[in-house]
Design a protein around this ligand. Structure first.
Ligand code: SF4
Length: 180
């Protein structure tokens, strides 16, 4: 729901390292200005479990690596006006996509992670999202409105894009070098 005159902003963390979200937080004092204009309705940095309706802008970090992420991205696309691909992983999969090569035989990985390294009550969880055969870029699955490149994108570039969108303008990334 739109709770005020503020813009409803969401951020999603898919198969990324969280570095893009760290860069978002690196906007530092600019976040104070941003907070006057936006209502953060969904994000890994706030405790909200379900993706809300009527979101104005969603930033998505990371590629789509499993079935849970696939469903979340599709839902976000339906419920968001402007969807932004945040960072290089959302396009290339990058390092975080390497685990998808284990999608057919991940038993040894699960054994190692949950059984062999656990001292207390070792067990493999039953509700682990199923890995896709390969990590997929966001734009292969849904329509993406804007791309913010970088690994991670600089805080200044993220702030530039958000500011332009908040004022109803089109961000131009041709001159992104001046944003670090
Ligand atoms: Fe991390 Fe870089 Fe991927 Fe962002 S683009 S999630 S910083 S590896």
């Amino acid at each position: 729901m739109k709770t005020s005159e503020k813009t409803n902003l969401a951020t999603i963390w898919l198969s990324g390292c969280s570095g893009c979200h760290m860069s978002f937080l690196d906007q530092d004092e600019l976040l104070i200005e941003l907070a006057k204009k936006v209502h953060l309705v969904y994000s890994p940095i706030v405790d909200i479990k379900t993706f809300p309706e009527n979101v104005d802008i969603t930033l998505v970090e990371g590629a789509v690596g499993n079935d849970e992420q696939l469903n979340l991205l599709k839902q976000a696309r339906v419920q968001t006006k402007i969807l932004v691909s945040l960072g290089d992983c959302a396009v290339t999969g990058n390092v975080t996509a390497l685990r998808n090569s284990w999608s057919d035989s991940n038993e040894p990985v699960l054994e190692r992670a949950y059984m062999e390294t656990s001292d207390v009550n070792p067990q493999i969880p039953t509700d682990i999202p199923k890995l896709l055969k390969k990590a997929r870029p966001l734009h292969e699955i849904v329509n993406v409105d804007y791309f913010i490149p970088g690994c991670p994108p600089s805080a200044d570039l993220i702030n530039y894009v958000l500011t332009e969108l908040l004022f109803g303008r089109t961000p131009h990334m041709e001159d992104k070098s001046k944003y670090g």
